[in-house]
Design a protein. Sequence first.
Length: 213
Amino acid sequence: MKEQSSISGYAYANAQNTHAHAYLLPSVNAELAMLRERHPPPRLFDLGCGNGSVGAQLAKQGWSVTGVDPSAEGIAEGRRAYPDLRLAEGSAYDDLAAEYGHFPVVLSLEVVEHVYAPKDYARTLFDLVEPGGTAIVSTPYHGYLKNLALAATGKMDRHFTALWDHGHIKFWSIPTLTTLLTEAGFQNICFHRVGRIPALAKSMIAVAEKPLT
């Protein structure tokens, strides 16, 4: 197993959603509603499930959720709060497809910015998705106008979280995340920008398909 210290110590105070889920989940749920019709039965793998709060909400909507996260604290919180969920310690540096199989939908929210080896992450993501299936990946958005606004308002240091232990170590734009997913083998990649107006979006959500063959 590769070194995971950059994310394994990520702390969770409880098993509730974070502030980011308020602007992420409406778009994610809309996408999942369409995918549920294309990929019955509704099975989903949550890569970087954290404390299980998102998985618990999706389970209430009828999804069968399996999730892994390298944070022992997050998994412990999730198991206490949501004992019916299938949550386990694990990371994108593990051979998760060999252990858990393949899924029509793989969800990974606000994870890739914490990953030291993003190509390994993308390879694991691709392997988890069954042929013809879909990956949904979110990460903080970066683009010229947003970066300019952050610099002009003196908020760049706070945004880059340099003093946050186990915080963000990669900063993605639509072109760079597209390249990462394309090189892994995904196709038909589209993006939704969420939180604020598009040019100043808080996060972006990539929806990518795995080819049938």
